[in-house]
Design a protein around this ligand. Structure first.
Ligand SMILES: C[S@@+](CC[C@H](N)C(=O)[O-])C[C@H]1O[C@@H](n2cnc3c(N)ncnc32)[C@H](O)[C@@H]1O
Length: 327
């Protein structure tokens, strides 16, 4: 989406570069990934074949819808932009098993979108064809499973809806990355559209990671699966689990993305990304699962190091750094 003169200039520069087929790599569309490209010793046991890819396309549509439902619920519960009713904290609603707050729902549905955030949420709602009650119930049941029933986090996230959640905390990992690169790919930039906690209508509608990387590297492409992220950031539509990028990068960054993938999806994602890395190219993510190490080795993309990160207080994360080796 072009919102200012400088955005417009950037876009035009990138378009004309594409026209001459020089630098900008993402002029072409993503291609389909297929089972033959995956390491056989894992693809078979994980049940990945042509039919798996057909089912996966449908599964991703459902997960995008579930992610939209979360964004819609967090917004209609907490925004002050369309109502004078007090905001409702999603966790309070989950704990108290509050029925749908009908008056707030009515105000949301009757409001004319004024700001960009409301317009995006309204578009998600109109495209989803789920009643508000279903968005609300879906979101509360996820919160209950996570925070009250304390379901195992890895399983919960691997079947969770795909939302575009991000926050300034997403820069903590990036600031410690000190890898020289000409061509960088950010997978899943996210968009600060809604939050479960500390939501404000004044949050900047942006991807903190994309902005920060573009200030540090000469060429940064972004790919994403969610429609509002693609439209708002001018990212390229791409599903990591079913597609291959038509370009090469020296550095690929994907934080808080792999945790949404089960092992079969992770194998597909690593296979696709490894095809976009030349020898010496680096992939950075934050999923410390053993499978990422084992799959990486079979793709000549071994883990080079695990880099601990302090997120403040007693919270820690870890960057996983893979480097592409010779075939
Ligand atoms: C939780 S957000 C993380 C945003 C940001 N990277 C961060 O660390 O804060 C996950 C992002 O990955 C995108 N995503 C999830 N699954 C994807 C897939 N299969 N292919 C491409 N993008 C995906 C989502 O749409 C979203 O933008």
């Amino acid at each position: 989406m072009i919102k200012s003169v400088s955005d417009f200039t950037d876009t035009m520069t990138r378009r004309s570069v594409c026209g001459f087929a020089l630098l900008a790599p993402l002029c072409a569309k993503s291609r389909k990934l297929s089972a033959e490209l995956l390491p056989l010793q894992f693809a078979g046991p994980l049940g990945i074949d042509a039919a798996w890819f057909d089912r996966q396309a449908k599964r991703q549509q459902l997960r995008i819808a579930q992610g939209s439902a979360e964004h819609i619920a967090y917004y209609f519960l907490q925004s002050k932009s369309f109502t004078s009713l007090e905001p409702i904290e999603p966790m309070r609603a989950a704990h108290a098993k509050l029925p749908l707050p009908q008056l707030r729902a009515d105000h949301f549905l009757a409001a004319k979108p004024e700001g960009e955030r409301h317009r995006i949420i309204r578009n998600l709602y109109d495209g989803l064809h789920w009643p508000l009650e279903r968005c609300y119930e879906h979101t509360l049941s996820f919160l209950r499973a996570k925070e009250i029933d304390q379901a195992p986090l890895d399983q919960l996230y691997q079947s969770r809806g795909l939302s575009s959640d991000t926050s300034p905390d997403s820069l903590t990992g990036l600031s410690s990355i000190d890898i020289p690169a000409k061509r960088v790919l950010l997978v899943g930039p996210g968009l600060d559209l809604t939050r479960r906690e500390n939501f404000s209508d004044d949050l900047p509608l942006k991807s903190y990671q994309l902005e920060s990387l573009r200030a540090r590297y000469p060429l940064v492409d972004a790919v994403d699966i969610r429609p509002e992220v693609i439209a708002h950031l001018g990212a390229t539509p791409h599903d990591l689990t079913t597609q291959i990028l038509p370009a090469q990068y020296d550095l690929i960054i994907a934080t808080n993305v792999f945790v949404y993938l089960n092992d079969a999806e992770l194998l597909c994602a690593l296979t696709g990304l490894s095809l976009s890395l030349p020898v010496g190219g680096v992939l950075i993510h934050n999923d410390t699962r053993f499978a990422a190490k084992v799959f990486g080795e079979s793709l000549q993309l071994p883990v080079e190091k695990y880099q601990p990160l302090s997120l403040g207080g007693r919270k820690w994360d870890r960057l996983v750094i893979h480097r592409k080796g010779p075939q």
